[in-house]
Ligand binder design. Structure first.
Ligand SMILES: Cc1ncc(COP(=O)(O)O)c(C=O)c1O
Length: 118
């Protein structure tokens, strides 16, 4: 809700199970634009940037940077044209250096982080 900053829509990239859950939850608070989906490829890849249909008036663009169940991981940084990039990094946060300045928000499930710190 805070990330929408008064906007009524958010962009989501649908790459599998965790993205789907995020889309379902976001739909309770705003209109969700599925900017790209790899459903037609059985979630076996990340949709490449040229396939994305971003809404420039979205509050943010959400990606699941590592789809734990399907095993799909971004190895590139999306260009959101100035719209804040939000990433669910639950299953690979701290796995490599990340330029956090490129993101509006990074989040991760607490149980994953505590597993990393154990
Ligand atoms: C990519 C991703 N997002 C979200 C979650 C869910 O995390 P939580 O159970 O803390 O909500 C997981 C859990 O495995 C995950 O792998």
């Amino acid at each position: 809700m805070n990330l929408l900053r008064g906007k009524s829509s958010a962009d989501y990239v649908h790459t599998g199970e965790w993205a789907k859950k995020a889309i379902t939850e976001a739909g309770k608070f705003c209109s969700v634009n599925v900017a790209a989906s790899s459903a037609d490829r059985n979630f076996a890849m990340c949709p490449r940037q040229p396939m994305w249909k971003l809404n420039p008036d979205s509050g943010y663009v959400h990606i699941t940077s590592n789809e734990t169940i399907g095993g799909i991981e971004y190895h590139w940084l999306p260009d959101t044209g100035g719209v804040p990039l939000v990433a669910d990094m639950s299953s690979h946060i701290l796995a490599r250096p990340v330029d956090v300045a490129k993101y509006g928000l990074i989040y991760a499930g607490a149980q994953k982080i505590s597993a990393l710190l154990d």
